[in-house]
Design a binder for this molecule. Structure first.
Ligand code: SAJ
Length: 403
């Protein structure tokens, strides 16, 4: 089978590599010539456990990186689906553009699989009109990705998958391609159910994180230790509270629930409230910073150091990261810019970003741990002598303030 994967980002690249190293003939396309150039020169474009090795296998198996769209019997579209800030509705323009370009080159009866997360109804509304009555008679499928950054390759192989199609035989063909590497159960359904299921999964997690974050604020006000409360409550056989944190980042959990809020504003009350709780966390972190500064007699926020810029531990992805959200809140409030350090993020993204951990530590009196990277977990002694606000519970009990 020959498959063309379109969009070589966090999802498209691992998927293309996985297929290529399991006997599928893969053309991997990205419209960004930089990305293609880098991949053609044997360099992966982001950090992920095991990605380098998988890349080498895929190259040895003959994966073809290119910027133009080839003719292929099956396409997998893994391009971004952002939402519009004001309306909270999905912006499907990248998906639409990709499908339009596919239609220009594909053979008759080609299958187009959309992997990008889309809000329920998007394929019918924005994509189906492009292919309906088109001479190429393209078959649409929705196979939303489910892999977690930090453990993507394991999850690509072991997670269950959902494949939504209009026609079962087409769904089965797509299933056979994914089954070359996916050992999890592959469930066939219709397109709209597949769209909804994906958004619901991420919304479920957002609501559960919001619950942990709300408990944190309640416990702070009531003088209780939220971590102890959660630890004990989780001993109940039907209770499993997640971990509080400085907010929810990443391009998935902090985005997908908005699709439901945007399309169903009347119904999606709890979902909307959870989003508000989570996006209010960076402001709560700033309140905590200011309380601790007052307690410790630290006057100047430029002597504060934010540890971590990525949206979670051991990844270099900074999209919607709680640290970026916190920096925005600080800017809005006119607070002097803090120092920022992240061992995973090599590119310059924000003011006062350090690339040397010792220099960062030298220039600050207080460290706010916003991401629990292994680098820090393995070197907690480096925080000795600093005032620490630990928003991720990585420090030893009694050695740091927490949320
Ligand atoms: N977080 C907390 N407390 C927790 C768990 C997470 O504050 O207990 C924060 C993280 O620090 C991070 C954010 O939430 O800022 C999201 O991280 P995550 O690890 O929960 O999830 P993502 O965004 O990396 O990946 C999610 C996954 N979805 C679910 O677990 C339902 C993944 O399976 C999806 O494939 C991915 O979204 C996606 O692309 O949609």
């Amino acid at each position: 089978m020959n498959v063309c994967v379109i969009g070589l980002g966090y999802i498209g690249l691992p998927t293309a590599l996985m297929m290529a190293s399991h006997g599928v003939q893969v053309d991997a396309v990205d419209y960004n010539p930089e990305v293609i150039h880098q991949l053609q020169n044997n360099q992966v474009t982001f950090e992920e456990k095991g990605l380098d090795e998988l890349f080498q296998k895929a190259v040895a198996a003959g994966i073809n990186f290119r910027s133009d769209y080839p003719s292929a019997p099956m396409y997998v579209v893994a391009v971004p689906t952002p939402y519009e800030e004001d309306t909270k509705k999905i912006d499907a323009s990248y998906v639409v553009k990709a499908v339009e370009q596919v239609l220009e080159v594909c053979p008759k009866n080609a299958i187009v699989v959309v992997e990008s997360t889309v809000s329920p109804g998007t394929i019918d509304r924005d994509v189906r009109p492009l292919v309906k009555d088109h001479e190429k008679q393209v078959q649409l499928v929705h196979a939303p990705e489910r892999i977690i950054p930090g453990n993507m390759l394991y999850e690509l192989i072991h997670n269950s998958r959902t494949i939504g199609s209009d026609d079962r035989a087409v769904g089965e063909k797509v299933r056979d391609v994914y089954a070359t590497f996916c050992q999890g159960e592959i469930i066939l359904t219709d397109i709209r159910t597949a769209e909804m299921t994906k958004v619901v999964e991420n919304t479920f997690r957002d609501i559960n994180i919001a619950f942990a974050n709300e408990l944190t604020r309640i416990c702070r006000k009531g003088g209780m230790d939220v971590y102890e409360v959660i630890r004990i409550a989780n001993h109940h056989p039907r209770v499993n509270i997640l971990q509080p944190g400085p907010g929810v980042g990443g391009h998935c959990i902090s985005v997908d629930p908005w699709f439901l809020v945007g399309d169903y504003p009347e119904e999606a009350q709890l979902i909307h409230q959870a989003r508000k709780v989570n996006s209010g966390m960076p402001a709560f972190v700033l309140e905590r910073i200011q309380q601790i500064m007052a307690e410790k007699g630290i006057q100047d926020t430029s002597r504060i150091g934010l540890y971590g810029l990525s949206y979670k531990e051991d990844v270099d992805d900074t999209r919607e990261s709680p640290t970026l959200q916190l920096l925005d809140v600080m800017k809005e409030k006119g607070v002097a810019a803090p120092a920022v350090y992240d061992p995973m993020v090599a590119r310059d993204l924000v003011d006062r970003q350090y690339h040397d951990y010792s220099r960062f530590l030298n220039d600050v009196d207080m460290v706010v741990v916003l991401v629990g990277h292994s680098q820090l977990r393995n070197d907690l002694a480096s925080l000795e002598g600093k005032v620490v606000l630990d928003t991720r519970k990585v420090c030893e009990e009694g050695k740091a303030y927490h949320l």
